[in-house]
Design a protein. Structure first.
Length: 276
């Protein structure tokens, strides 16, 4: 079964080379939704994916608005046959061989998100990965904890989902933000035994990594693409709204948290120990 990776982007020329090299050999198809990037992002995509099946779509939305972003993504996803997952450019997907069998058995597979945070100035993907393995915060976005064998519930927490739902039902999969599932999916539409969280994969969200001036600039630009309502009248996307001092303060607070317990998670340890 083919696997498709979707993402939306705006001026991501700094992270894109790392993100594309990481995922290029994992997925069969790529769909990148562009929000009128003015930097070199589109050329980077074309270069890194020149030997892959990929599309660059112009977003129908002028701004990042959580509801509008999700609606556009589900409209695209519903036409895709096979397994698919939508990530941000800050999200890096890791898995082991057991995960490949899981997604053949499940309709929806929940993948827990952990966070990357730490100072770094990587010039290559190898350097990026080597520095990242020492800068992962586990549990910052809620549970699971290392002691839990089964990550639950399959409907909430901070997850991304790989799934094979197509057609109009696809519009009923996600909660706003795509970190959880709508109750109608697991109560009425999909057998609960076909919706499972996995302990054989994880996603590292490099929210605060690699922390340097380029990352700070990237984080500050996001609010410029938010709608007036989302930026000034809504609590959604609060982590993207603030001045330079706000982001530096948040980095310092996050970076002060304990980073060693990721080694207690078998799948994290398995994937990251392969990184030199």
């Amino acid at each position: 079964m083919e696997k498709t990776l979707l993402a939306h982007l705006y001026n991501e020329e700094y992270l894109l080379p790392f993100w594309l090299e990481h995922h290029r050999d994992i997925f069969d198809k790529f769909i990148l939704i562009d929000y009128n990037s003015t930097d070199n992002s589109l050329n980077i995509i074309k270069e890194f994916l020149k030997n892959k099946d990929f599309k660059i779509l112009q977003s129908r939305n002028q701004y990042f608005d959580a509801g509008a972003v999700d609606e556009e993504i589900t409209d695209i996803e519903k036409e895709i046959v096979g397994n698919k997952i939508t990530l941000n450019i800050t999200e890096f997907f890791y898995f082991n061989e057991k995960f490949k069998q899981e997604i053949l058995e499940n309709n929806i597979t929940g993948i827990h998100v952990c966070v990357g945070c730490g100072e770094s100035e990587p010039n290559t993907y190898r350097e990026f990965q080597s520095d990242l393995k020492n800068n992962i915060l586990w549990g910052l976005h809620g549970q699971p904890t290392p002691s839990r064998e089964i990550w639950s519930p399959p409907i909430g927490g901070n997850y991304r989902f790989m799934h094979n739902i197509s057609g109009e039902l696809n519009k009923q999969v996600y909660n706003t933000g795509r970190h959880g599932l709508q109750s109608i999916i697991y109560q009425e539409k999909i057998p609960i035994n076909k919706i499972k969280n996995t302990t054989n994969a994880f996603i590292c969200k490099v929210a605060w990594f690699p922390w340097n001036e380029k990352t700070l600039k990237r984080k500050m630009q996001i609010q410029e693409k938010m709608s007036h309502r989302e930026r000034y009248e809504s609590s959604a996307g609060f982590q993207h709204k603030g001045d330079k001092k706000f982001f530096i303060k948040n980095f310092m607070q996050t970076n002060g948290l304990h980073k060693e317990n990721f080694l207690d998670i078998p799948i994290v340890r398995e994937c990251l120990q392969k990184i030199i």
